[in-house]
Design a binder for this molecule. Structure first.
Ligand SMILES: NC(=O)c1ccc[n+]([C@@H]2O[C@H](COP(=O)([O-])OP(=O)(O)OC[C@H]3O[C@@H](n4cnc5c(N)ncnc54)[C@H](OP(=O)(O)O)[C@@H]3O)[C@@H](O)[C@H]2O)c1
Ligand SMILES: *[C@@H]1O[C@H](CO)[C@@H](O)[C@H](O)[C@H]1NC(C)=O
Length: 305
């Protein structure tokens, strides 16, 4: 029997995704403590008013352990430069008697891409989950949960990463455009993390996937055209060419290759990277309605497109 989780320390809660998770954890009734790097240069840390925040040297096991004392769970939402630093945080969590560690995953299912080109870019994440697995095996009271979310849909639609450029009224479709892909609004991810911590037993030592929905590129284009009354100019690209462009970038040490790999990973015909066997049912979390979400995210006046 796993005892309930009440206290939660959040690492990297001040960035793009973090505030959505902190907000949902607080709303779900957890006692949340923000942890921020002593060396943080984040000039606009976005913690809610009144949230206790500890400033910690991430290079010190003792300092991290002290920050984690009394915490039931640690949720890490650190950005790319902080992925490697999580190993010491895992050691500290274990030493402090923390029962659950959620590493900073929140994207593609990194369990499925070991050794592939995109897997090379997320090698640090793969390594941390391997490390957690190993620690949990040796220490049964220490557990972990990994969460894959797919693309941040609310961000992606606005910045053009969902294949649609609202400003230019253009869209790029990879292969047929019919392959389903996994996407989550950041608010949904916050709810999923809270729901995982409310279901410690069912979610222990598992790598889970969640989504607001699966969608295809064509579905999204049709919906945006219908909701705005604007016809998008669609160009086509093959996933093989997109993948090759990524490989050329990576060969030159250019990590923007990730975006090319991600497009091929999500959209290639037969890629099979939509959400399957998702955690929504396990943790009692509903899917969202694509139409309603897109309606809410589109600029209110089509003149702004
Ligand atoms: N699925 C998607 O579409 C998508 C998109 C973007 C990101 N992600 C993933 O979501 C997670 C969070 O990303 P994000 O964009 O929210 O990250 P972010 O805003 O770039 O960074 C989050 C926080 O990480 C901390 N941090 C920065 N550098 C660090 C370092 N060297 N060591 C330790 N901590 C450091 C900072 O907190 P302090 O300054 O307070 O210490 C920062 O506010 C990552 O796993 C990322 O890969 C997914
Ligand atoms: C997502 O799409 C995959 C592939 O089409 C399908 O197997 C899965 O059931 C879908 N899940 C949801 C929640 O729509």
């Amino acid at each position: 029997m796993v005892s309930p989780i009440k206290t939660v320390a959040v690492l990297g809660g001040s960035g793009n995704l973090g505030p959505f998770i902190v907000q949902e954890l607080v709303a779900a009734g957890f006692a949340v403590t923000g942890v921020t790097r002593e060396a943080s240069t984040n000039s606009t840390p976005k913690f809610p008013d009144g949230l206790p925040v500890k400033s910690v040297d991430y290079g010190s096991l003792d300092a991290l352990k002290m920050a984690f004392d009394g915490q039931d769970a640690v949720v890490s939402i650190v950005g790319a430069p902080g992925i490697g630093a999580q190993k010491l945080a895992v050691d500290a969590a274990l030493a402090a008697g923390v029962k659950r560690f959620i590493p900073s995953e929140f994207g593609i299912n990194t369990r499925k891409v070991r050794g592939t080109p995109i897997g090379k870019i997320v090698a640090g994440k793969i390594d941390v989950v391997d490390y957690l697995q190993e620690k949990a095996k040796k220490n049964p009271s220490f557990t972990w949960t990994g969460l894959s979310t797919g693309l941040f849909f609310d961000v992606a639609l606005k910045i053009g990463a969902a294949g649609i450029n609202l400003k230019d009224k253009t869209a790029t479709v990879i292969d047929s455009g019919n392959e389903k892909w996994q996407a989550s609004q950041r608010s949904h991810i916050g709810k999923a993390v809270a729901a995982i911590l409310h279901h410690p037993e069912e979610t222990a030592n598992k790598y889970l996937g969640t989504a607001s929905f699966n969608l295809s590129q064509n579905e999204l284009i049709d919906l945006v055209e219908e909701l705005t009354g604007v016809k998008l100019t669609v160009t086509h690209a093959s996933s093989a060419d997109v993948q090759k462009a990524g490989e050329e970038k990576l060969a030159q040490g250019d990590f923007r290759a990730f975006l090319d790999f991600l497009r091929a990973h999500n959209h290639a015909d037969g890629a099979g990277n939509a959400l399957t066997g998702g955690a929504n049912e396990l943790i009692g979390l509903p899917y969202e309605d694509l139409r309603e979400v897109v309606k809410g995210l589109l600029p209110s006046s089509t003149g702004d497109l």
